[in-house]
Design a protein around this ligand. Structure first.
Ligand code: AKG
Ligand code: FE2
Length: 213
């Protein structure tokens, strides 16, 4: 009897879905009013979702190469991007579920819902993003949150105080959730460094409130 129950639970775990946030999110306070929340393994069925979101996958994501202003210069971003506004069709329903679960969990602290989904595809270890804060819009003056779900191959997400200082490393993959909050986007910086080791593709989905980027 208990075996049968276990079997059916295991089957469910392979489905694309979300585990709970309540009671499972661990906060690390950083300096200057910034903090990081971690919820490892938030997403279930991460491999299946990864396949849907990859180029040619059933999600139909039209990945784009882009140029971006960084430190007042326009640079080629060595990664592929697709930004989804609040109103357009998103490539998988679990992403809307994630947005609403995050909005509910952080409602009191954030005071507004998460709205958009920015997606990045790091094809291999040569793809990366340089040190930056997500400072466009109100993030340059106000506390906010950026929530990132990571799928595919694990990659290092680095953080350091803005302008330099000792960095901290999070290795993210397999449906892990990380949330950067408080003053993080203006007082700290984050980066995905290049990797000289062979590394497979990784997709990151960033949820942000309206007007933050
Ligand atoms: O890939 C990530 O997890 C981080 C992406 C990022 O920092 C950004 O696009 O602003
Ligand atoms: Fe960022």
């Amino acid at each position: 009897m208990s075996y049968a129950l276990q079997g059916s639970l295991l089957d469910q775990v392979e489905q694309v879905g979300l585990r709970s946030l309540a009671g499972a999110v661990r906060r690390t306070p950083l300096s200057r009013g910034a903090w990081v929340d971690l919820r490892p393994g938030w997403l279930t069925g991460a491999d299946e979702l990864f396949a849907r979101l990859m180029p040619g996958g059933s999600g139909g994501v039209d990945w784009r190469g882009e140029r971006r202003m960084m430190y007042d210069r326009e640079v080629d971003t060595p990664r592929l991007l697709r930004f989804y506004s609040a109103t357009e069709r998103w490539p998988d329903p679990v992403l809307q579920q994630a947005r609403s679960a995050l909005s509910t969990y952080y409602a009191d602290e954030l005071g507004e819902p998460f709205t958009t989904a920015g997606m990045c595809l790091y094809r291999d270890g040569r793809d990366s993003v340089a040190w930056h804060g997500d400072r466009e819009g109100r993030a340059s003056t106000h506390d906010t949150m950026v929530a990132i779900v990571s799928i595919g191959s694990p990659r290092a997400l680095m953080m350091r105080p803005a302008g330099g200082g000792e960095s901290i490393r999070f290795t993210l993959g397999h449906g892990d959730l990380v949330v950067m909050g408080g003053s993080h986007q203006r007082t700290w910086e984050h980066a995905i460094p290049k990797s000289s080791k062979p590394v497979g593709p990784r997709i990151s989905v960033q949820f942000r409130p309206h007007g933050i980027r």
